[in-house]
Design a protein around this ligand. Structure first.
Ligand SMILES: [Zn+2]
Ligand SMILES: [Zn+2]
Length: 388
């Protein structure tokens, strides 16, 4: 199956840069784009440039006072009170020059992706510069300033009046997006993440199910540290299928953080590339099954930017374009291009050897615990099942 798909990119994405020792590095997007070009999957006619989001668009989710503080932080100093109040200038989310402008490109990129799909120019669209799911109404958090995913959903609701299913497979809870639509029955959020017991941001419990009209449209699957492919994939596929059937979305928006991988330095999950193949394959199938193909995918976390993120994210584009994942050897030219800059040995194949996962003695126990989490979270999707 070949589909029309749009890839959002411009070098302005690289201006979203805290400092050289910060784990969040948008060069990941360039590494992915280059891998795709050298694999002959991406060419200039697939690429659309991000627009700059307008301030009114940022204000779909964010307070004006917060937007003004972000603007001020990029050009002059915030007071200590402002810094505390708005979460800017913290260790996680430090100030950098022109942070407002750089952030508006990431948001605008996601809005460009949305428009290209919802105006029928492409069936699918990918903005790897976006997926900043921890941004709050009036607070920056966890490397995220403006929440492009939440802004895009609000934009879809207002401009296109469609029901949105948001699926977040980042290793951290998709808190900012969840809370933004916690009372909205037309937006269903599903987040699969490492349990918040020891990991930022600490939320994402099974019992966070939405409030008021939105009750029953927020799903959380907090899985155990050291979860491996088999259990992750089982939980993801079962939940996504059942929730899509229950909610019947018009459009699917996925956040594709790649930090659930065993190599990721910030989390404790143990997925390999197999998980990152299955994630876009199912999203693609369900988008065609329920949404006439309408699928927008975003980036997100992912802190092994050399060995993990380019392969994981390139597979999303491969699935969007061809319906299939790439197999076999990785482009030699890509390895040659980047090996001198990479502090670690670059992978030679698309697929990880399972030996990279350490031996986890508690594997059976973890798998069983995750299955219980799944059952308990989905009980709800069954009870309220909607038949068209
Ligand atoms: Zn397709
Ligand atoms: Zn993350």
């Amino acid at each position: 199956m070949t589909c029309d798909a749009a890839f959002v990119y411009s070098n302005e994405f690289l201006d979203y840069h805290f400092h050289s020792d910060h784990p969040f590095n948008q060069k990941r997007v360039l590494l992915t784009k280059d891998l795709l070009e050298k694999t002959n999957l991406l060419s200039a006619d697939h690429i659309i440039k991000p627009r700059k989001a307008a301030e009114d668009e940022l204000a779909l989710i964010h307070d004006r006072a917060y937007i003004n503080a972000v603007k001020k932080a990029g050009t002059e100093n915030l007071t200590e009170n402002e810094s505390m109040e708005y979460g800017i200038g913290t260790e996680d989310t430090p100030v950098f020059p022109n942070m407002h402008e750089a952030s508006t490109y990431l948001v605008g990129g996601t809005l460009s992706a949305v428009d290209s799909v919802l105006q029928g120019k492409a069936a699918h669209a990918l903005n790897l510069g976006g997926g900043l799911h921890h941004g709050f109404k009036r607070k920056a958090s966890g490397f995220c300033i403006y929440n492009d995913g939440a802004i895009a959903i609000k934009y879809i609701r207002e401009k296109y009046d469609l029901k949105v299913l948001y699926v977040d497979t980042d290793a951290h809870h998709g808190d900012g997006v969840q809370w933004a639509f916690y009372d909205d029955p037309n937006v269903c959020t599903l987040s699969i993440h490492e349990t918040g017991r020891y990991l930022f941001p600490g939320t994402g419990h099974i019992n966070e199910r939405g409030i008021k009209e939105g009750h029953g449209f927020s799903f959380n699957l907090p899985i155990d540290a050291f979860t491996e492919d088999e259990s992750f994939i089982h939980v993801y596929e079962t939940a996504f299928r059942q929730i899509a059937d229950y909610f019947r979305p018009d459009v699917i928006l996925t956040q594709n953080g790649a930090d659930a991988h065993a190599y990721d330095p910030l989390t404790h999950l143990c997925a390999t590339t197999e998980t990152f193949e299955r994630i876009p394959l199912l999203a693609h199938n369900l988008a065609h099954q329920y949404c006439n193909g309408r699928w927008i995918a975003l980036g997100g976390g992912g802190y092994d930017m050399w060995r993990v993120v380019p392969r994981a994210w390139a597979q999303i584009w491969s699935v969007m374009k061809t319906g299939e994942v790439q197999k076999g050897a990785l482009s030699n030219e890509w390895q040659y291009q980047w090996e001198t800059q990479s502090p670690v040995q670059l992978p030679h194949a698309w697929y990880d050897d399972k030996k990279i996962v350490p031996n986890i003695p508690r594997k059976a126990e973890i798998t069983e615990k995750n299955a219980k989490v799944l059952e308990s979270a989905l009980k709800y999707a069954k009870n309220k099942q909607v038949h068209p």
